[in-house]
Design a protein around this ligand. Structure first.
Ligand code: FES
Ligand code: FES
Length: 207
């Protein structure tokens, strides 16, 4: 006798839109997005949390969608690359990738862009990285960007242009020139910023 596969009515909030899906409990967020909602921007590279191609934002925080069950993503606002542009205007990070030609095949690019947007938010919150001297970062240098983006692999090796593209956005936003972006998620702040983290907008940038 064939055993019934347990399923659940899952409510997801994606790019500002509510969705209800009847899903096998084992369905990952990545498969829910790609196979059930038709949002194929987030890519399946390794399906094991190793490559970052599936990166999306959950309440503004970057996550690997292949490592999260859809049933566990019901209480957060999910933002995918499809929700990055606003009213026909590309997100500044998307525009910077275009301006810097920061891709070849483009397979990793949606994950790179989502990850970069989340990474800059983490930096503004004062989160240190493995190469940060001291407890808090004071300047966003190329080494910091490389380390903080090390979870996003590019098989084409476009890193030479990806890092400058991210720094372009960091520079413009540090100068208060951030172009219009997508609507703010319900909670854009990472959950546990270190005590005394740098205030948003205080980002210093050196390339
Ligand atoms: S597909 Fe999720 S990390 Fe590679
Ligand atoms: S642009 Fe091809 S994998 Fe990154």
């Amino acid at each position: 006798m064939t055993e019934a596969i347990p399923g659940t009515r899952v409510r997801l909030q994606v790019n500002g839109q509510p969705h209800e899906l009847d899903l096998d409990n084992r369905t990952t967020l990545l498969d829910a997005l790609r196979e059930h909602l038709g949002l194929t921007g987030a890519k399946k590279g390794c399906d094991h949390g190793q490559c970052g191609a599936c990166t999306v934002l959950a309440d503004g925080r970057r996550i690997n969608a292949c490592l999260v069950f859809a049933v566990a993503a019901q209480d957060v606002e999910i933002q995918t690359i499809e929700g990055m542009s606003y009213d026909g205007t590309p997100h500044p990070m998307q525009q910077a990738f275009l301006d810097r030609d920061a891709f070849q095949c483009g397979y990793c690019t949606p994950g790179q862009i989502c990850s970069a947007v989340g990474m800059l938010e983490e930096f503004d919150q004062g989160w240190p990285s493995a190469v940060t001297a001291g407890e808090q970062p004071t300047a966003l240098e190329a080494d910091e960007v490389r380390e903080r983006m090390s979870g996003n692999l590019c098989r084409c090796g476009a890193y030479m242009n990806i890092v400058p593209a991210i720094l372009d956005v960091a520079v413009s936003s540090a100068r208060g020139l951030t172009p219009p972006g997508p609507p703010a998620p319900r909670s854009a702040a990472p959950q546990k910023p270190p005590a005394g983290g740098a205030a948003p907008g205080s980002r210093a940038v050196t390339s």
